[in-house]
Ligand binder design. Structure first.
Ligand SMILES: *Cc1c(COP(=O)(O)O)cnc(C)c1O
Length: 369
């Protein structure tokens, strides 16, 4: 018997594509300064926390019932929040944009189909493809981490993917995508025989620098464009698990086929609605975080580190001969950052000014700067 067959019937009886795989996850360590998963460091105010508690209290008496399967109220609020004349029929949501992304691949990927992205990029993408039994093809980026459009065109023409996943800003590099590229790739993917969708993952869209447009502006021009967002980052609601997307209604209808029944709990819907009602307050610190990000990029450059320009709430920097030693040195000083991205680079999320000061002190100590 061949090895592959034997492995496929080991114990537990994991399917072949999962044998030897390990669960994804950044270390969740109890340290004072956590700058590793791009959360917003500012929690909700006492007033917002009170409103959230009230909204939950109001629905507890009806928790014997299933929630609104179509999350009507929440969709209205999300459409309203995104603006650009979007209608609730163009909105979809799930438990984090991770679930949204998996549903996209369940609906539009599958056996015999291919999903494409360009590395370095979000490390979860190949896992969604694996879980949706979709072939994963990854191209490359330019040295400055921008998208190489000629290369992207060639990869798409060769593999004819049904899904292309592109984050803008890209994680872990912080690089935003040129809107020209969005339009061009949409046209290229809208092939008469083998059409595909382009997913622009704007998990960090609210942090982009002035003058960087959102792909939401291009939605009306392309039937195959999907723009995903999340409440986990700028919105400071990572604990709620609410991701969403905007696209043409026919794509939303396709996602409805694969969603689990009542996938968004009544508690999630109620909490997300209240959070959206408080959008201006919850997003109030975004400008401060963008300034802190720009200052961090500047400081790292000044100290002689390599640093990638960033439109997000994190910064990729290096280059270290042994990045693990630097990561561990920071952790030993109570600062948790992320060991991710191309060899030699590390990523730091933008925290409060006090947290960033601690990060800088620890980094200089560790690197002898
Ligand atoms: C954090 C992140 C997400 C969001 O994940 P949620 O499931 O919404 O918390 C999506 N895409 C990228 C690139 C991210 O970094």
């Amino acid at each position: 018997m061949s090895d592959a067959v034997e492995q496929a019937w080991g114990w537990p009886p994991l399917r072949r594509g999962l044998v030897g795989e390990v669960p994804y996850g950044a270390p969740q360590l109890d340290v004072p300064i956590q700058l590793n998963v791009n959360e917003n460091p500012y929690g909700p105010s006492a007033e917002i926390a009170g409103d959230l508690a009230k909204a939950i209290a109001e629905i507890t008496g009806t928790l014997n019932r299933y929630p609104d399967r179509e999350f009507t109220q929440l969709r209205k609020r999300l459409a309203n929040y995104l603006g650009h004349g979007l209608e609730p029929a163009q909105i979809w949501a799930a438990n984090g944009s991770n679930e949204v992304m998996l549903q996209i691949l369940q609906a539009f990927g599958g056996p015999g189909r291919t999903c494409v992205s360009f590395a370095p990029t979000y490390s979860m993408y190949p896992e969604y493809a694996r879980d949706a039994l979709t072939t994963w093809v990854v191209g490359t980026r330019n040295d400055d981490f921008s998208l190489d459009l000629d290369h992207a065109r060639a990869v798409i023409e060769e593999h004819r993917p049904s899904v292309v996943l592109l984050p803008s800003p890209n994680n872990p590099t912080g690089t935003a995508l040129d809107p020209q590229a969005v339009s061009e790739l949409c046209r290229l993917l809208d092939h008469p025989d083998r059409p595909g969708v382009l997913v622009i993952d704007e998990a960090y869209g609210e942090f982009r620098r002035a003058g960087t447009p959102s792909a939401i502006e291009s939605l009306s021009k392309h039937r195959n464009l999907i723009v995903t967002r999340t409440m986990s980052k700028a919105f400071a609601m990572a604990g709620v698990r609410l991701g969403y997307l905007a696209a043409a209604p026919e794509l939303i209808d396709a996602l409805r086929i694969v969603r689990l029944p009542y996938h968004l709990s009544a508690v999630t819907q109620a909490v997300a609605c209240v959070a959206l009602d408080h959008a201006p307050e919850l997003l109030a610190r975004v400008d401060e975080l963008r300034r802190e990000r720009d200052a961090t990029v500047h400081w790292l450059g000044e100290k002689g580190f390599e640093v990638a320009q960033s439109d997000a709430n994190y910064v990729l920097f290096g280059l270290f001969e042994d990045r693990h030693v630097v990561w561990q040195g920071l952790l030993d000083r109570g600062v948790l950052i992320r060991e991710t991205g191309p060899a030699g680079w590390l990523r730091v999320s933008i925290g409060t000014p006090a947290e960033m000061a601690a990060f800088k002190d620890a980094l200089l100590e560790v690197t002898g700067g």
